[in-house]
Write a protein that binds this ligand. Structure first.
Ligand code: ADP
Ligand code: MG
Length: 349
């Protein structure tokens, strides 16, 4: 069931980011990957495959075993501001802060060739939607196909009709790295999910989602054995927020900020102030310009997050930034000081 949000009308009391302009959600291949993965997660998938070619410039395909869509919803999903994730007007504020604005598929299909294959459990036959150029008269083609339950979305030739954007893209190596970071972040956070990542026809990773303590394997894969032996699980709750995830021991800190992953309500974000609060929490346990590994998910009331979120940069502002900063710093500080500092380096056998 879809609701089309009336976001353009002033009668919705909500501050909208400037970037609500069509296509702003889609800045580069990695933003497509992020949006599609989030959709798969929202659909309750337990297996998500990401297939890319030429750093996503030629092909991005996400295949999931989630809820799928019924025939009549498959086409609506590409309408701008169409979302099935909202039922009441009161939800608007909350959903908006999560980035649920029914924009992603509309924006992606405006700048790429898109194929959607889907089937929901309620139907025995699936649906194929092909969108080749929304600005031409060739309307989306919709047909019925055999398909398993779930959804597959292929995005080909990104920005084929926006040469300026295409030119703005970085080298394949850089664009690939950005996609890799997204896949890394999601597969570390959602450890109950099976993740497959196929890059230029080579299977780069295949994590099964069955093994409960597979986190260490995943950390090992991305960050190496020594790091895997030096992360400590954390889970702290107060009246305002819950912090859960993993912190690296101070001894494993590095001179780069690369190994910092932040989520708010399970959405991947960037927040300089939050990162800084965490580093401050380690205090003098870190050397000058040393940064610890952390992967933390902050659960808090979505109403406390500033809605002025930039959808592609993933930056969030908190309503009470200073308060959050102090709280996080205190939590991390207390926790880190209770750690067994031994770096527990694993010796190669
Ligand atoms: P939003 O996620 O903000 O609702 P999107 O444009 O990303 O907007 O998706 C539009 C709608 O399409 C979603 O609300 C959902 O109903 C449907 N949808 C998109 N991707 C999937 C998927 N992988 N599985 C099931 N439904 C999906
Ligand atoms: Mg979405």
């Amino acid at each position: 069931i879809f609701v089309v949000l009336n976001l353009s009308k002033d009668n919705v009391k909500m501050r909208l980011p400037k970037s609500v302009e069509m296509g702003e959600v889609v800045q580069r291949p990695a933003s497509v990957v992020k949006e599609l993965i989030e959709n798969s997660l929202d659909a309750g998938a337990t297996r998500i495959s990401i297939v890319i070619k030429d750093a996503g410039k030629t092909l991005i395909q996400i295949v999931d075993n989630g809820s799928g869509m019924i025939h009549e919803d498959a086409l609506s999903s590409f309408e701008r501001f169409a979302t099935s994730k909202i039922k009441h007007v009161e939800d608007l504020e909350v959903l908006h802060t999560f980035g649920f604005r029914g924009e992603a598929l509309a924006s992606i299909s405006a700048v790429a060739h898109v194929e959607l294959r889907t089937r929901s459990a309620e139907e025995s036959i699936g649906t194929l939607v092909e969108i080749n150029d929304v600005f031409q008269q060739n309307a989306p083609k919709i047909s019925r196909i055999q398909y398993e339950q779930g959804t597959s979305i292929s995005v080909r030739n990104l920005f084929f009709n926006v040469p300026a954007r295409r030119k703005f893209l970085k080298t394949d190596q850089t664009e690939f790295k950005r996609i890799y970071e997204i896949v890394k972040a999601f597969s570390l956070l959602h450890r109950d999910i099976q993740w497959v990542f196929i890059v230029d026809e080579r299977e780069l990773l295949n994590f099964d989602g069955i093994n409960e303590d597979n986190f260490i394997n995943r950390i090992e894969f991305f960050l190496g054995k020594n790091m895997a032996a030096s992360v400590v699980p954390i889970s702290e709750t107060n009246d305002f927020l819950t912090v859960s995830g993993f912190l690296g021991k101070p001894a494993m800190s590095k001179r780069t900020k690369n190994d910092q992953l932040l989520f708010v309500n399970s959405r991947l974000i960037e927040s300089n102030s939050l990162s800084f609060a965490i580093v401050q929490g380690y205090g003098d346990l870190l050397g000058d310009r040393e940064y610890p590994f952390f992967m933390l998910n902050f659960k808090l009331n979505p109403k406390k997050i500033d809605v002025n979120v930039h959808p592609s940069k993933m930056e969030v502002k908190f309503e009470d930034e200073r308060n959050i900063f102090n709280m996080v710093k205190a939590i991390i500080s207390r926790f880190v000081r209770g750690m067994d500092f031994a770096p527990s380096v694993v010796l190669e056998k």
